[in-house]
Write a protein that binds this ligand. Structure first.
Ligand SMILES: Cc1cc2nc3c(=O)[nH]c(=O)nc-3n(C[C@H](O)[C@H](O)[C@H](O)COP(=O)(O)O)c2cc1C
Length: 579
């Protein structure tokens, strides 16, 4: 260690302290003005930020005029309300409780701008990476934020603006960009954690998820062995908590209703308590459906009348909000996210689409393995990372969805491999096929099984043999939810096949799973039976996308809510003796 250059311990601690204790502040501002010398020091700290080619692209516009701040607050409010109007149910309710700006509660606002042209064409570094101009202004924001914390000043960043509307109010020339709108003032206290974390809106990701050794994907902290995300997740999956389940059963018996009268929902509430390790369990909301989409090489065997392009077309439909899953999710207050794990087409980047393509479709499993073992592990890992990200983003219930033309064929093969079922019994008519196609589909599954001789004790091998990428990713998604103690509502036969893989990898993962519905596909009943899961609704659905699971969301949520809200005989003073 270089003894000469490092700061003495207490000064070093002060640096780390200000970094840890800097907060985005929205509440508790005091009206006291910020003295000019203090604001001057904070702006001087901002002005010392690093910048590309030393271009110093920032300017600071200091706003104190009340009338101007009122006009600016009105601009932000309009966009805040628009954003709120687009949120799904539970998210909208918790957003209502959040404060996202303090434009009028603070005595001074500072706008940090960026001049992307400053320094001319030869600005060192910016020519190859033009975005570095904006990055430099953001670093000025970071310096300002840290210096303000050391001065006891809270800073709240507001980004609910149409930039050009704000630029017009500030008289910004057209070549300047707005980088940040900051509300600055003294506060009564600094919260120890981000407000969005305490409000349950989002969680901090562990550092070990963010650090990679040498290449992206080799996660691990310096000096530690690389993390194997799949092994980590499997190790984190535990049986349901017996004490919480016992408490939940006892509470069900004391609730003001005849014992057992909530039927299957009593079991649901007990399992939710066991999963969370607390009674009553937390409400499983907000909820998010992840629709994993991929294509299948076995499509070439003529197992479905639908062309393969429909997978990509339906992905576009989900993203445009036009599919049945969008309608059902809107009704149930769930968000829809689409994950491309293997669609055989280039997909446009669009909001709501997570690009996680392992390959553009699997290979035909009648000719060889659908994917390599490495690809299977990559797809499982992609799924578990989606689960982790959705939970870190604040979701408390995960719902499986899928899209992939020919994926009932792959599902049938997986179900036969994991349960030993007869292909003639496990194979269904999918979207609806004629007798000749159905016979061909069964034959394809039989040939696949004969070719690969799958070993159910090797779940990665089974996934690699038959695919698809959405099955492998869904298996990871289920494992990820289970490891984080978040309930996973399974859709139909595709999710069921994936759950068989998840169960083979970590049997306790099924404790986190709720079977949303009973699909019309015959392999689904075999699967649920094998997993010991009871479907919550049985409506003859055979669509996929997550539709059956979303319909079960209010049932799972109601089971938890009843346990939280319903009075007990003792608390309500109701006699619990039947006459
Ligand atoms: C680029 C950027 C934009 C932000 N915009 C807003 C905003 O519009 N409203 C808000 O309340 N917070 C906003 N924040 C604050 C974040 O919510 C906050 O930094 C995050 O929750 C972490 O909390 P912490 O800063 O206290 O650690 C923004 C932060 C950044 C970095």
């Amino acid at each position: 260690m270089n003894e000469e250059n490092h700061y003495p311990p207490e000064q070093r601690e002060a640096v780390y302290r200000v970094i840890a204790e800097r907060r985005d502040v929205r509440r508790g501002f005091r009206p006291d003005p910020v003295p000019d010398d203090v604001l001057g020091r904070v702006l001087a700290a901002a002005h010392q930020a690093p910048s590309v080619g030393f271009s110093q692209p920032w300017d600071f516009i200091v706003i104190t005029d009340r009338a101007r701040r009122e006009r600016i607050a009105a601009l932000a409010r309009r966009h805040r309300d628009q954003y709120a109007g687009e949120l799904p149910g539970a998210r909208a309710r918790s957003f209502d409780r959040l404060k996202v700006e303090s434009i009028l509660d603070t005595p001074v606002n500072v706008v940090v701008s960026c001049d992307r042209t400053r320094g001319g064409r030869h600005t060192l570094g910016r020519r190859t990476q033009p975005k570095t101009a904006d990055f430099s202004s953001v670093l000025a924001v970071a310096n300002l934020w840290l210096a303000a914390r050391a001065e006891g000043l809270g800073v709240g960043w507001v980004s609910f603006f149409d930039e050009r509307e704000l630029a017009a109010e500030l008289g910004l020339p057209a070549h300047l960009e707005v980088i940040a709108y900051l509300c600055v003032g003294y506060v009564t206290e600094f919260a120890p954690e981000p407000e969005l974390a305490t409000a349950g809106w989002a969680r901090r990701r562990p550092l070990s998820w963010a650090v990679h050794a040498e290449q992206y994907g080799r996660r691990g902290l310096p000096g530690e062995e690389p993390v194997d995300p799949l092994a980590d997740v499997i190790a984190a999956i535990a049986p349901l908590d017996e004490a919480a389940m016992t408490a939940a059963r006892e509470r069900q018996d004391r609730m003001t209703k005849p014992r057992g009268s909530l039927g299957v929902l009593e079991d649901v509430s007990v399992r939710l308590a066991g999963l969370a390790g607390s009674c009553p369990p937390p409400l499983p909301e907000p909820a998010c459906v992840a629709v994993f989409a991929a294509d299948h090489g076995v499509h070439a065997r003529g197992v479905t009348p639908w062309p393969q392009e429909v997978t990509a077309q339906m992905v576009a439909n989900f993203l445009a909000g036009g599919a049945v899953i969008n309608a059902f999710a809107a009704q149930g207050g769930a968000e829809v996210t689409v994950v491309d794990v293997g669609v055989a087409a280039e997909l446009e980047p669009l909001p709501g689409l997570l690009p996680r393509k392992i390959a553009p479709g699997t290979a035909d499993f009648t000719e060889g393995p659908a994917m390599t073992r490495d690809q299977a592990v990559a797809a499982v890992t992609a799924g578990l990372e989606v689960a982790r990200d959705l939970v870190a983003a604040g979701n408390r219930c995960l719902i499986t969805g899928d899209m992939g033309i020919a994926n009932t064929t792959a599902s049938a093969a997986l179900i036969c491999a994991f349960t030993g079922a007869d292909p003639a019994e496990a194979t269904g008519r999918g979207t609806g096929i004629d007798a000749a196609t159905y016979a061909r589909k069964i034959d394809v599954v039989c040939r696949g099984l004969a070719r690969h001789r799958p070993d159910p004790a090797d779940p990665v091998g089974v996934l690699a043999a038959f695919g698809g990428f959405e099955h492998a990713a869904l298996a990871g998604f289920i494992l990820g939810g289970a490891a984080l103690h978040v309930p996973v509502i399974l859709d139909g036969v595709i999710a069921g096949a994936a759950a068989l893989a998840a169960a083979a990898l970590a049997p306790d993962a099924i404790g986190a799973c709720f079977a949303g519905h009973q699909s019309a596909e015959p392999g689904h009943a075999i699967t649920l039976n094998h997993l010991g899961l009871r479907p919550l609704v049985d409506l003859g659905l055979r669509l996929g996308e997550g539709t059956g699971a979303v319909l079960a969301l209010p049932l799972v949520q109601s089971a938890a809510r009843a346990m939280r809200d319903v009075a007990t005989f003792d608390s309500a003073g109701v006699s619990d003796k039947a006459p």
